[in-house]
Ligand binder design. Structure first.
Ligand SMILES: [Zn+2]
Length: 137
């Protein structure tokens, strides 16, 4: 089990972690981060908030035919995930050999999304994988 100090997390660019905003006025959380709380408007007190990233699959779709760029990835599962903190985000489900189920618990994983030419810049993005049930035998 690895633990990270909060200060370490603050140094990670947004794309490597789920940073959103939390409104202390109405206690609602937003992802992606917002500059304005739609509930409180000018009265909002917004603060940075790091989401755990764990959540539940609300609905999903399995994509069999994608554009050429994504052909090697098909079929893949695209799900709407409700984070434990409340916001809903869309993400790809990976490492789900038995398929995706509504209500399935998921956790974030960081995967390479692509590489940029000769300079070798690698893009990472957040995807989601099922939280394995602990076997008790
Ligand atoms: Zn608010």
């Amino acid at each position: 089990m690895t633990t990270h100090a909060p200060r370490f997390w603050r140094c990670i660019p947004q794309r490597y972690s789920l940073i959103g905003t939390h409104c202390t006025s109405c206690n609602e959380s937003f992802f992606p981060p917002r500059n304005i709380c739609p509930n409180c408007r000018r009265g909002a007190q917004l603060e940075e908030c790091k989401f755990k990233g764990t959540g539940t699959v609300i609905t999903y779709t399995t994509i069999h035919n994608a554009t050429e760029d994504f052909d090697r990835l098909t079929p893949y599962h695209l799900a709407i995930i409700e984070l434990d903190e409340g916001p809903r985000i869309t993400g790809q489900i990976v490492s789900a050999p038995d398929g995706v189920k509504i209500g399935m618990r998921v956790r974030p994983v960081f995967r390479i999304l692509g590489k940029e030419g000769e300079r070798g810049i690698i893009y990472y993005g957040t995807k989601f994988a099922p939280i394995e049930e602990t076997c008790c035998d």
